[in-house]
Design a protein. Structure first.
Length: 50
């Protein structure tokens, strides 16, 4: 328990850090998904028309 008392992070800092961490991994997943898919193949049939 003594080790935990050394940290003096606010709940805002903890939540922001967690959100940044998961956003980073989400970006990795999106990048790899786009990189691995064929030009005409779209995961879940989602397609953006331009």
């Amino acid at each position: 328990m003594e080790g935990l008392l050394r940290f003096r992070w606010s709940i805002q800092k903890i939540l922001t850090g967690a959100a940044e961490h998961y956003a980073y991994h989400t970006g990795q997943i999106v990048y790899v998904t786009r990189w691995l898919q064929d030009e005409e193949e779209h995961p879940l049939a989602w397609k953006h028309y331009t």
